[in-house]
Design a protein around this ligand. Structure first.
Ligand code: SF4
Length: 215
């Protein structure tokens, strides 16, 4: 993950003027982070007036990252597609694959050890293959230079969603505690209105403007 915080684009990082013209600011961020909604995210990006700026930005901040460390649809591209366009990530992946293949070859080439007369120690059980959808399984895919399977990808998305929400909740609660309105929280945190509202709702925080109106 790149420090990408849940908005598409992440206004916490994307400070350029173009951010304010990004249509995704007013869309549900989950569209850009849900595998089943990739088509919808792409169609929003396709007509985006700042697609070029967004593309340049994301390729810059994610330069060299493995596919597993990228997240969501940005500039109309999935994490795998962006990694595929990044020469550094590609050569790293090729190296990993070569190393994995060399290891397999080495095992195949190794001659069986000569017979020893000493009694053999009982063999340890081979390490079980981790179940897909777990961190261990995701690391195994990475180690073997394999693309993530759907279960591991979903688990990875779920974890990054939880991190994103935690960060948004923390920012919003802190600004809300100082009596800021939703508008003020947006300006202060760089989050969009929809994200601020959802973060408040997750934490059962009433809108400060409504509380003032009622008083
Ligand atoms: S290209 Fe897509 S992700 Fe980038 S700013 Fe436009 S709508 Fe948002």
């Amino acid at each position: 993950m790149t420090g990408y915080t849940g908005q598409a684009p992440d206004t916490g990082i994307r400070r350029g003027e173009w951010v304010h013209r990004a249509p995704c600011r007013t869309k549900d961020p989950e569209i850009f982070f849900t595998t089943a909604l990739v088509g919808e995210a792409r169609s929003i990006c396709r007509t985006c007036p700042v697609l070029e700026e967004c593309h340049a930005w994301v390729m810059g901040v994610e330069a060299g990252l493995a596919e597993e460390s990228r997240d969501g649809v940005v500039a109309g591209l999935t994490a795998a597609e962006r990694a595929g366009l990044d020469p550094v990530a590609q050569s790293r992946r090729a190296r990993t694959q070569e190393t994995a293949a060399a290891r397999v070859q080495q095992k195949t080439d190794t001659k069986p050890a000569p017979l020893k007369l000493a009694p053999r120690k009982p063999r340890r059980d081979p390490r079980p293959v981790p179940k897909c959808g777990t961190t261990a399984a995701m690391r195994r895919h990475q180690r073997l230079g394999e693309p993530l399977c759907d279960a591991c990808r979903d688990a990875r998305n779920e974890r990054s969603r939880a991190k994103r929400y935690a960060r948004q909740d923390r920012l919003v609660k802190e600004a809300w505690g100082r009596g800021l309105t939703d508008e003020g929280i947006c300006t202060e945190t760089g989050l969009s209105k929809i994200v601020v509202r959802r973060a408040r709702q997750r934490q059962n925080l009433p809108a400060n403007e409504e509380t003032r109106r009622a008083a």
